[in-house]
Design a protein around this ligand. Structure first.
Ligand code: SAH
Length: 214
């Protein structure tokens, strides 16, 4: 993990001490199927058509988030997959609860086991949670300072905008499946009005599906 993080620093992707510490604290080997691949800067298949994102993408996302919202209290990770980013975000935001939502129940179960192996005390504290759910659907009144989406949405999901607190940010890839997608950062101002997004980077993510494929 040290070598990988040094490499991301040398490339200028990891810039802040907070992101560096969160990456170093979160051993990727606990969140992949094949731990021999854990420290290469690539996405890896985790089953069910999902991948754990490449470390440089996790690093970019955490840098954008921590710069936009330094002190989040409630964080949501939609498409939480392996659980890696749930764990890393809990380190990045030590005061926050971090909720993962994932549409594949088998991945929810696996990620809960990964989080337990990663840090039993953190898991027991209930500061991190993962549950089965659909990012396109209502979050039943829960609101968040930071929402990260780990799958590409064809358009910005209204339910996620509704769940964003004033001064909060929504970071997500937007674009067609297997087409040109762009990472967008949306912010609500202090009055709760949605600002125009910042477009950050061209990306390739698996799609944020409407319903689970049978
Ligand atoms: N950040 C995760 C990324 C996993 S890949 C990681 O690094 O491990 C994206 C995930 O989004 C997949 O696990 C997929 O099952 C999930 N997903 C796709 N559509 C979804 C939806 N509508 N709601 C919730 N999760 C979804």
């Amino acid at each position: 993990m040290h070598r990988l993080v040094s490499q991301l620093k040398a490339q200028g992707i990891v810039q802040s001490a907070r992101v560096e510490a969160a990456l170093l604290a979160t051993d990727r080997a606990l969140f992949v199927r094949d731990s021999s691949q854990a420290y290469t800067d690539c996405p890896h298949p985790i089953g069910y058509g999902a991948t754990i994102s490449a470390p440089h993408m996790h690093a970019y996302c955490m840098e954008w988030l921590v710069a936009a919202v330094p002190d989040a209290r409630a964080v949501l990770d939609v498409g939480s997959g392996s659980g890696y980013l749930v764990a890393a975000l809990a380190h990045l935001y030590p005061q926050a609860t971090v909720q993962g939502v994932e549409i594949v129940p088998e991945l929810v179960e696996w990620s809960a086991r990964n989080l337990l192996a990663f840090d039993p005390a953190l898991r027991a504290s209930e500061r991190v949670r993962v549950c089965t759910g659909n990012g396109w659907e209502s979050l039943q009144g829960s609101t968040f300072d930071v929402i990260h989406v780990g799958a590409a949405a064809s358009r910005v999901p209204e339910e996620l905008v509704a769940a964003l607190r004033p001064n909060g940010v929504l970071l997500l890839p937007v674009g067609p499946d297997k087409g040109d997608q762009a990472m967008q950062l949306w912010r609500k101002d202090a009055r709760g009005e949605l600002q125009e997004p910042r477009v950050l980077l061209g990306v390739r993510y698996v799609p944020l599906v409407q319903t689970r494929a049978k």
